[in-house]
Design a protein around this ligand. Sequence first.
Ligand code: NAP
Length: 320
Amino acid sequence: MRAIRVREFGPPEVMRLEEVPTPLPGPGQLLVRVRAAGVNPVDTYIRSGTYARKPALPYTPGSDAAGIVESVGGEAGGFSPGDRVYASATLSGSYAEFTLCEPSRVHPLPGAVSFAQGAALGVPYVTAWRALHQKARAVPGETVLVHGASGGVGVAAVQIARAAGLRVTGTAGTPEGIALALREGAHHALDHRDPSHLERAMAVTGGRGFDVVLEMLANVNLAGDLKVLATGGRVVVIGSRGRVEIDPRDAMARDGSILGMLQGNMTEADRAAIHAGLRAGLENGSLRPVVSRELPLASAAESHAAVMAPGAGGKIVLVP
Ligand code: NAP
């Protein structure tokens, strides 16, 4: 099969398309024919060699995929060849024609959801659901600021929050991103490149502040987020690419909380609850992943440059 291989950590160009043996599923494993693989920022951190978790070289990048079950090794969670599925983690990497998976990380893909959309679920939708429901414990009627609403996680967060009955404000860095946030369910959308955008966000809440902030770039925004919290508000730090100075009094004054999260820390029960919630949302149409670009596997380097560039517009996927 064809697969992207990384033989040394470094810039996007270290990803090369190679011919490698197709893996065989061992007992209790699934082999999935990949129809689309999700490209996530964390894939670029791992490839660059700067991430805390480093795979053994050489490796095939990618955790998210959607496709069709090709073969199963014995009892494999009730899946059968031909099933449409998405994977939220793989054993052999998703930037490939086939990927090996544990059944606990494979989930049925409803018929109305395309493979490209399915490849947007594993990291982005699970993260957004985890942040809003399991970390912030948002309830209907609350207000949420999705600080970075135009990317993979942000679009998911807007849809999940809107479906849950929250008042949603999103931010983006381009007019297209702002239009996307509004189209996907935000009641208001603002430009996070505008230095006064948090004042304008505060005005949207009538000066009360937000019950929840889902933060995609905490090293830039955390100090400001604390100032726009309502009493008892929660900031969930989803993304951060550096250090930041905050004034703890801003949290004290509002009984505010800063909640960190990393997907890898979830329990199996957390995961099962999230995928059940996602399935319901996919089936009733409230969750509709937005795919901005579909690139061939050979363009993996281009996809990594694109996912780190400003001007997000949903999810970037690779198509083998
Ligand atoms: P993405 O698709 O590349 O989107 C990045 C988002 O950040 C875009 O909406 C972008 O908006 C926005 N952004 C850029 N500058 C910003 C600013 N100054 N203030 C607020 N937002 C800004 O990435 P993603 O998949 O959504 O992931 C978002 C972040 O969460 C990444 O850092 C990722 O590593 C992290 N993450 C963490 C976890 C976890 O477990 N904690 C899981 C998934 C992702 P524009 O492009 O419109 O400017």
